[in-house]
Design a protein around this ligand. Structure first.
Ligand code: CO
Length: 172
């Protein structure tokens, strides 16, 4: 299983548009599998395909990603997810595999209802709350070229982006 390379801010690929998945074949399964492996390897709980430079509406999530016992893992794959409803408020600290060494509190909806397709192309509906809801909102943002740091208050956002850009330039 090949690990995917994760693009990090300010890489412009993270701002691209993503296309819906229309073909549900073995290739898609392989991509989702590689995304999950990459997410586990990197210690994240969610990953969007765009972070690996794949401009498709594919998300993987596993809130149990950090479990030492891999049998406790709960991998989820969401294809072409769309938020139908959002309600309530939830604030929690977020991080992102594409935003190195930075975490911050972000305002999200507490509960969302999404429709999506599973790996075989079947239409599904899910009501999610708390962590699952927050994680889905974060990953669906990625599919629209949005990063969690875009939700920060403007002044803080500018400061953080400047610092992260400098950090990336220094490393290059
Ligand atoms: Co992210």
């Amino acid at each position: 299983m090949a690990l995917l390379e994760i693009h990090t801010f300010p890489d412009s690929i993270l701002r691209q548009k993503t296309d819906p998945v229309t073909i549900f074949d073995q290739e898609l399964e392989k991509t989702a599998q590689s995304m999950l492996e990459t997410m586990y390897f990197s210690g994240g709980i969610g990953l969007a395909a765009i972070q690996a430079g794949i401009l498709k509406k594919i998300i993987v999530i596993d809130l149990k990603s950090g479990e030492e016992d891999t049998r406790l893992r709960e991998p989820h794959v969401f294809i072409n997810p769309e938020i139908l409803e959002a309600s309530g408020k939830a604030v929690s600290e977020e991080g992102c595999l594409s935003v190195i060494e930075f975490r911050a509190e972000v305002n999200r909806a507490k509960t969302i209802t999404i429709e999506y397709q599973d790996i075989t192309g079947n239409a599904q509906k899910l009501e999610a709350e708390d962590m699952m809801s927050i994680c889905l909102q974060h990953e669906i943002d990625h599919l629209n070229g949005i990063l969690f740091i875009d939700h920060l208050p403007l002044l803080k956002q500018k400061m953080v982006k400047k610092r992260l850009t400098k950090l990336a330039n220094d490393e290059a």
